[in-house]
Each structure stands twice: as C-alpha cells, then as structure tokens.
Design a protein around this ligand. Structure first.
Ligand SMILES: [Zn+2]
Ligand SMILES: [Zn+2]
Length: 183
C-alpha cells in the first residue's frame, strides 16, 4: 500500500484526518468550506501536541495578538523564511513531504531535529499550498517566541489551558507554552 502523503497532517491520536475545530467544534472533515490549520509538535519522533483549528477561530485569535507581535511574526517570516524559493515546490504538485523536509527557517533537515512543529492548511481533505505546509525546528520556534509580547504569549497560554488538560508530561521545556506558532 502506498503511504498516505497526508499522514503527517493526520491526528496522531486517531490516525485519521482531524475531525473538529479545537475551538468551536466545527466539523472539518465534512461539509465545511472553511480551511483549517493542522499544527503538530514532535519530540524525538513522537507527536506530543496536536490540534486543528478553523480559519475563523484562528483569525479571531490572531486578532487578539498585539500588533507588535503580529509585526514581529511577519518580519521574522520575511527575513528568515525564503517564501519565494519554497514556491518552487508547487511545480511538483500535491507533495506535502517536500515542504516539510527541513526547518523552513534554518533549513536543518527534519530527520536531524530533536524537536519541531509542523503546520499545514487543509480544506476538507485537500492541502492548500504556499506558504504552508511548513516545518519549524524547536530552536527557531524559540527565537520566534522571544519576539512575542507578554500579551500575545498570555493569549496563547489561555488557549492551551482552555483546550488541553494541562501540558502533557515532559513538555514544559518545549516551545509549546507561549507559542502561537505555527499560527
Ligand atoms: Zn473554529
Ligand atoms: Zn530551524
């Protein structure tokens, strides 16, 4: 059997596509014409944090971030992610693996990373490309985190507290806290 090219963006918990928006409960898999972001964080090859969030909820949350944080995030991507060069992957068609082979910022290959996060935007069961999907290593995530205001980090932490039963064991030292990325 061919490996599913979208497997990296399925729920590690269920093994299948994400079903619901973590925030509003929208059915993402059926009859929704709203794109959604899948975010997953890995450590030593194991997925330790994952969720899917619909575009509405995601932009509502992003609007709460301080404008300094939004600018800092945009600036980071402008400066450290070669968005234009990545667009070349579009020529290869529906191949999410190409987009997440290495950290989008420092370009360390994913298989050499101790911790990293993946983000992908889907519509139903289809991937929406450019600039997502992307991989960011733990170190680059920490750099981004350092750019965010207290207010923005607080909004993210509230989100995590509301939707997860506390951080899973063993992740306090991961950039899961205070981290609206991939956003
Ligand atoms: Zn939602
Ligand atoms: Zn990196």
């Amino acid at each position: 059997m061919e490996p599913d090219p979208y497997a990296d963006f399925h729920s590690a918990e269920t093994g299948g596509p994400f079903q619901d928006c973590i925030s509003c409960g929208l059915d993402l898999d059926h009859d929704s014409d709203l794109p959604y972001l899948v975010a997953k964080s890995y450590r030593r090859g194991e997925c330790i944090f994952e969720y899917a969030i619909c575009d509405d909820c995601r932009s509502n949350m992003a609007q709460e971030f301080s404008s300094e944080s939004r600018q800092a995030l945009a600036h980071f991507f402008e400066k450290h992610v070669n968005v234009r060069e990545r667009s070349i992957f579009l020529a290869f068609g529906d191949e999410p693996a190409l987009w997440i082979e290495k950290c989008a910022s420092c370009e360390t290959p994913r298989n050499q990373l101790e911790s990293y996060s993946l983000g992908g935007v889907l519509l139903g069961r289809n991937m929406i490309y450019d600039p997502y999907p992307l991989c960011l290593c733990g170190k680059c995530e920490e750099k981004i985190q350092g750019l965010l205001s207290q207010k923005t980090r607080g909004i993210w932490d509230d989100f995590v507290d509301t939707h997860f039963d506390g951080p899973p064991a063993d992740v306090e030292d991961l950039p899961v806290r205070g981290r609206p990325i991939p956003f």
